[in-house]
Write a protein that binds this ligand. Structure first.
Ligand code: NDP
Length: 331
């Protein structure tokens, strides 16, 4: 029997999502890994509970998170029933549609057919009447954007989502999507895209655009899937993400780890001088941008989660530190 910790709102900071009425924790928890059918349920439960107890009230899912696809939402459904039922209104739960989910022409991409059918499936798996945020997971070049955005608008009008967002859209696609949603009367709440020291495309116009439009930004994989931590400093440990081969699409390969290791070692030294772990410095670095509403982490243990949340104790950088980091990243 789980009872949420009383002081759960004392240490987290909450940032306003663009110009909306809603706030998100500075660090949110993603359910891509760790919450599937191949993972340990007791561990998943412990991570979700600890996150909530520490003020992480945003859980980010997608139709296809698992494995198998759908399993993370089923795990969420179970935990909602058994642990979080009475605290549903304290949570922001998001899901997405757009990547491969079921067989045939309607199982992916941006059609109205895919998005709305997928959302119905997600709600069923999670045992929810509505999600807080429903995302178009990726831009579909073959579907009119009006159709994809129209489906998001319908989800809100049908009471199945409170807010909508887009993920992985370029600045140009974002500009168009934002205009269509605005005209439909369902504003775009938030954009979700990858952002970390090794992946900085959002700095080329997207963050600026979102700022101008009053839209929030949530940065996925702020730890570069574990590379921006001490996880791989002594090789690839068994069970680490880069060792996992059972996924249909592998998130991180041993080659990725190798390619970044020299920079990671140097960054690790800077973090040590700042009195932080590399993971903590990497999160502070993502959060240094005012446009970043939340850093969306993954964690495979309670210890990782707790260590990552401690990043909030030291978010400041001196100009010199930022320059040294920049030199390492550009080197
Ligand atoms: P991160 O970059 O935070 O990587 C998480 C991984 O880093 C963990 O699984 C763990 O790896 C390792 N790690 C975390 N903390 C520590 C620590 N303190 N010490 C050592 N290692 C640590 O994020 P993810 O790539 O997991 O993505 C987060 C979320 O973003 C996803 O769950 C999903 O919700 C969202 N996302 C969205 C996408 C989209 O297209 N919209 C795409 C990708 C992600 P290990 O498992 O090896 O222990």
């Amino acid at each position: 029997m789980y009872t949420a910790a009383k002081p759960r709102y004392e240490s987290m900071r909450y940032n306003r999502v663009g110009k909306s009425g809603v706030k998100l924790p500075a660090i949110s928890l993603g359910w891509w890994y760790t919450f599937g059918a191949l993972d340990n349920l007791a561990n998943a439960r412990a991570i979700a509970r600890r996150a909530f107890d520490l003020g992480v009230v945003h859980f980010d899912l997608a139709n296809n998170y698992g494995p198998p696809p759908g399993a993370a939402e089923e795990t969420f459904g179970r935990l909602l029933k058994e642990d979080f039922g009475s605290t549903r209104d304290e949570l922001i739960v998001s899901t997405k549609a757009g990547y491969d989910m079921w067989a045939g022409p309607y199982g992916e991409q941006g059609s109205r057919k895919h998005l709305l059918a997928s959302l119905d499936q997600s709600l069923k798996r999670m045992g929810l009447e509505y999600v807080d945020i429903f995302y178009s997971h990726r831009f579909d070049p073959e579907t009119p954007l009006e159709e994809t955005m129209g489906a998001l608008d319908s989800a809100v009008r049908q009471g199945k989502a409170l807010y909508v967002g887009i993920s992985n859209y370029t600045p140009e696609q974002t500009g168009q999507a934002v205009r269509i949603l605005h005209d439909l009367g369902t504003p775009c709440l938030i954009h979700q895209a990858g952002y970390n020291m090794f992946n900085r495309w959002v700095e080329q116009g997207l963050l600026e655009l979102l700022d101008k439009e009053g839209i929030g930004f949530i940065a996925f994989s702020p730890l570069a899937q574990g590379r921006l931590t001490d996880r791989y400093l002594k090789g690839i440990p068994p069970g680490a993400r880069a060792s996992k081969t059972e996924r249909v699409w592998r998130g991180l390969t041993p080659q990725d780890v190798d390619d970044s290791l020299a920079k990671v070692r140097r960054l690790n030294e800077i973090a040590r001088q700042r009195g932080q772990t590399l993971a903590q410095m990497a999160l502070a670095w993502v959060l240094r941008k005012v446009q970043v509403t939340s850093a969306l982490i993954g964690a495979s243990s309670v210890e990782q989660l707790e260590a990552d949340l401690a990043a909030l104790d030291q978010l400041q950088f001196s100009a010199e530190e930022l320059q040294v980091i920049e030199d390492i990243l550009q080197g």
